[in-house]
Design a protein around this ligand. Structure first.
Ligand code: SF4
Length: 239
């Protein structure tokens, strides 16, 4: 898979880029977050790349993030993949707690990643060796069932609206920033760097203007006649 594509599945931390990691706990779930930060010119302060990636509405058209993402693609992708993996794990725990008799815990709403249809695609994660079925009931609710459970339901007289056999498990992959956007941001940055360079060179090469030569005074004929005679000439005249 080309760089810049985020698989929505758990990655081992050893695959992540060697940045400093931070560990913290939230409601029993331990998340490890890699600190990748960039300066955001729009909001005027440093932003965590994770915040840019999963919750900023400007992400796909932001030059700051496009350039940062191009340089730290591997780290940012791993960061996002870890985030979704941790979130799925947390959601799984919440569901199991909610399913338990004592499950009265409040389920906090989770932020939805923005829809980026152009950047998302489905890929086969694995071929299913065992037979699994998607059971769609009258209310259009879907469940993933094994053969035994399908037969048990049929024995109980339950009928499905639709039954599909599952042969592949798919995964969603998406690119955080469109490639065209990255190229555009790079071009803009290159032009700006070139202009700054040119300005610097112009300032360095600019020399102070050469001094204007002071004009040598030319004695006029009149002034020469009025001028006192040289000492030797005066001496000869006195003789
Ligand atoms: S994506 Fe861009 S605009 Fe949004 S927070 Fe990150 S740097 Fe700022």
């Amino acid at each position: 898979m080309a760089g810049g594509v985020v698989p929505l599945r758990l990655r081992s931390y050893s695959q992540a880029a060697p940045h400093a990691c931070e560990t913290f706990g939230a409601k029993g779930v331990r998340w490890r977050v890699m600190r990748l930060k960039l300066y955001c010119n729009r909001y005027g302060h440093f932003k965590d790349a994770l915040v840019c990636s999963v919750s900023c509405a400007y992400r796909t058209r932001c030059d700051d993030f496009a350039l940062f993402y191009d340089e730290h693609r591997e780290g940012v992708d791993a960061l996002v993949a870890d985030y979704y993996a941790a979130r799925r794990e947390q959601e799984g725990r919440r569901k199991s707690v909610a399913a338990s008799p004592a499950g009265t815990a409040h389920v906090a709403p989770v932020a939805r990643p923005e829809e980026l249809r152009k950047l998302i695609r489905l890929e086969v994660l694995r071929e299913m060796a065992e037979a699994l079925y998607i059971w769609v009931d009258k209310e259009d609710r879907a469940e993933l069932l094994e053969t035994g459970e399908v037969l048990r339901r049929a024995e109980r007289g339950q009928k499905a609206k639709h039954i599909y056999r599952v042969s592949q498990e798919m995964e969603l992959r998406y690119q955080l920033v469109p490639r065209k956007r990255i190229e555009k941001a790079k071009r803009t940055a290159a032009v700006e760097a070139e202009r700054a360079d040119a300005r610097r060179t112009r300032r360095t090469n600019a020399r102070p203007p050469a001094p204007v030569p002071f004009p040598t005074p030319v004695a006029s004929a009149e002034a020469a006649s009025e001028a006192p005679a040289p000492r030797r000439a005066r001496a000869r005249a006195g003789r």
